[in-house]
Design a protein around this ligand. Structure first.
Ligand SMILES: [Zn+2]
Length: 231
């Protein structure tokens, strides 16, 4: 790759990351219009790079691009939300299956620092920080596994999970529990992968049950509203 191409890729990646983090931390809500000119301004970026970043995020189902209307933060349907949790159960089980005692030894300090950060965030009662630390745990297990393909798939699923939580969470309680994370780490330390997987599956089932995914289709509702307003 030429030097110009490489720096373009890095710049596009920088924009993708800035937007993904804002979405993951619920600073950008589902359905928010992503105005190119504003992104250019705030991120001090080139317009072509911003367009490439938005197109890449559309392929990742994090952004929706509509003709003549531009880009907005995606609003996953309830069906997609269920599919993402099914995918997370499969991917996060596979990640745990890859974690060897050597992986654990190499990342033990990082895992312990992560657990401390989760406890501290919960004590401070800073919702944004809690959301950040709790999802960081799942991403860290991907890193510990050493499997980059699984980690990349999980990173995409985690951003899409944030959209789902923002749209369908029944209440404002944090979506993960530190003690379940601790139980997963304890099982991993003992080398009991089957138990770590079982706790992870139960944990993800619990997260899915906190969502209200039985609603009527948001599309038909907004259509009805639209027709009522126009009559
Ligand atoms: Zn969790």
């Amino acid at each position: 790759m030429s030097k110009v191409a490489t720096s373009k890729q890095q710049e596009v990646q920088r924009i993708v990351e800035a937007l993904s983090i804002a979405i993951a931390q619920h600073r950008l809500k589902p359905g928010t219009r992503l105005v190119e000119a504003q992104i250019v301004d705030v991120l001090d970026a080139n317009r072509n790079h911003v367009q490439s970043a938005l197109q890449r995020m559309a392929l990742q189902h994090i952004v929706t691009i509509e003709p003549n209307r531009g880009a907005m933060v995606a609003q996953p349907e309830a069906r997609e939300a269920r599919e993402i949790f099914t995918a997370r159960r499969a991917i996060e089980s596979a990640i745990i299956a890859c974690i060897t005692p050597e992986n654990m030894a190499a990342h033990l300090a990082e895992l312990e620092a992560q657990q401390l950060a989760e406890v501290n965030a919960t004590k401070l009662d800073d919702r944004r920080e809690i959301v950040r630390e709790l999802s960081q745990f799942h991403l860290l297990l991907g890193k510990v596994s050493g499997n980059q393909v699984l980690s990349e798939i999980l990173a995409n699923l985690m951003v899409r999970s944030s959209l789902i939580v923002a749209l369908y969470q029944r209440n404002d309680i944090p979506s993960c529990q530190c003690d379940e994370h601790s139980a997963i780490v304890s099982s991993l330390k003992e080398g009991d992968l089957a138990r770590a997987q079982a706790i992870m599956i139960a944990h993800l089932n619990e997260l899915e049950q906190q969502l209200d995914l039985n609603d009527t289709s948001p599309d038909s509702l907004s259509l009805r509203q639209a027709l009522t307003l126009s009559s």
